[in-house]
Design a binder for this molecule. Structure first.
Ligand SMILES: CC(C)(COP(=O)(O)OP(=O)(O)OC[C@H]1O[C@@H](n2cnc3c(N)ncnc32)[C@H](O[C@H]2O[C@H](COP(=O)(O)OP(=O)(O)OP(=O)(O)O)[C@@H](O)[C@H]2O)[C@@H]1O)[C@@H](O)C(=O)NCCC(=O)NCCS
Ligand SMILES: Nc1ncnc2[nH]cnc12
Length: 279
């Protein structure tokens, strides 16, 4: 992970907010090993995508993350954010040949970049408290309505059927897993002197242990989600990244055997890396 925004004492620009998002998506992709997820050298549980898919996708999204920060700064209504998100998804699909690499990241990082833009317009730097307040103040009602809407996505349908907290529900609640689990885990790992990659890996497992990841539910049912959560809890209880890469690699092998992929946790890790970069 490269340096934080160099000693930012003023609010970041839309370009800085968006650039941090693009770099954070790369941070997540490059982290290895990861359970079931695509890395620079491994497809994980995905026959239809690899690192090239994700690189093409994050490049295709680099204008979107700036634009949605600008929309946030202008306090645009949710419909405008949604239209930008839908257009970004079309560019993602065009870049990847129709593969869904970052639909969830478009949603989650899009809302976070918009919230950071709204704070910056008031001269404020993005903090967890500030971002949650801006998200709720500007788009909380629309997100609450969205969360009650039926989903057309496999994960969202599985989450609603199983009574889990889908991506929309997580957003409507102000991204509790990001702000109450991922951000504290990443900060604590770095404060303990872990290398950035080790801190990111422990953060990813902390998120997998807590998140109602609808990708896991869609791929493995409730049993698959609970297996993944328990495996992540055991990994952390046994020392996390301090065990060395073989422990994470063993879990990754088992996730692939079960065709599990925690895409929602990957996006949540990227969002924590984004905030760390803006810190
Ligand atoms: C708002 C939507 C995105 C849909 O909302 P819904 O609640 O129905 O969504 P979910 O299906 O629950 O999640 C959508 C994606 O979000 C990620 N995710 C999953 N669980 C969570 C969670 N608990 N918290 C946060 N984020 C979560 C996940 O995305 C990642 O995984 C995908 C790749 O993995 P893969 O297994 O390959 O997925 P599939 O291709 O579906 O499976 P296979 O075919 O491979 O088997 C990838 O998308 C990652 O990003 C979930 O997939 C939707 O309504 C929407 O996009 N609306 C328009 C845009 C908009 O409203 N924007 C608002 C302003 S920005
Ligand atoms: N690295 C990754 N592999 C699979 N799905 C993802 N969704 C977001 N990042 C991902």
């Amino acid at each position: 992970m490269s340096a934080r925004l160099a000693h930012a004492t003023v609010a970041p620009s839309a370009q800085q907010i968006g650039r941090a998002a693009t770099l954070a998506l790369y941070d997540e992709l490059a982290l290895s090993p990861k359970p079931g997820l695509v890395t620079l050298t491994d497809r994980g549980s995905h026959a239809d995508m690899d690192a090239h898919s994700f690189m093409r996708s994050l490049f295709a999204l680099r204008g979107y993350v700036v634009r949605i920060a600008e929309l946030g700064a202008a306090q645009a209504p949710f419909d405008a954010l949604e239209q930008a998100g839908i257009a970004a998804e079309a560019r993602m699909l065009a870049a990847t040949g129709g593969i869904n690499t970052h639909r969830g990241a478009i949603f989650m990082l899009g809302l976070l970049c918009a919230s950071a833009g709204a704070l910056a317009a008031r001269g404020e730097k993005p903090t967890p408290q500030g971002l949650r307040a801006a998200l709720d103040r500007h788009w909380g009602d629309a997100l609450a309505r969205r969360a009650t809407r039926p989903s057309t996505l496999p994960g969202g349908i599985a989450a609603r059927r199983l009574g889990l907290r889908s991506a929309s529900a997580e957003a409507a609640m102000g991204f509790p897993t990001l702000f109450d689990v991922a951000v504290p885990a990443l900060r604590a790992g770095l404060a303990r002197g872990l290398a950035p990659e080790a801190a990111q890996l422990d953060t990813l497992f902390a998120v997998i242990a807590q998140l109602d990841d609808s990708n896991l539910a869609h791929r493995g049912g409730l049993a698959g989600l609970r297996f993944a959560q328990n495996a992540a809890r055991s990994y952390l209880a046994n020392g996390g990244a301090a065990q060395g890469p073989q422990a994470a690699q063993a879990i990754a092998t088992e996730f692939v055997r079960r065709n599990l992929s925690p895409g929602g946790a990957a996006d949540t890790l990227a969002a924590a890396c984004w905030l760390q970069r803006l810190g």
